[in-house]
Write a protein of this length. Sequence first.
Length: 118
Amino acid sequence: MNPTEPVKKKGGRPPSAQKRDQQMTVLLSKLEKLAIQKRAEKAGLNLSDYGRQMVLTGKAQVRLTPQENETLNQVARLGNNLNQIAHKANADGIRSIALEAHRLLQQLSQLLDKPADA
């Protein structure tokens, strides 16, 4: 390596300590394979991950949709705000935070009442 060349950084996910080097073959009909592919797609998993989870545990861990992730993040942010309000209430007295707490509780209620497919 030439000292004037920039050092390439290794990027991406580090290699797994547990190598998957064993293979199993399962024979399926076309219809069975399509059904399994559809279930894997619905779970947000590739066919290998879906099949492995189903064989080992009997169920597949479904990934959250982007909308579900966003709602979860919003709930976490509101929880942080409520925690800050509780801290302020302990320091300054409960009356100082009543309006802010009411506003945040309304936002939380709207988030939790939102339809799943919205």
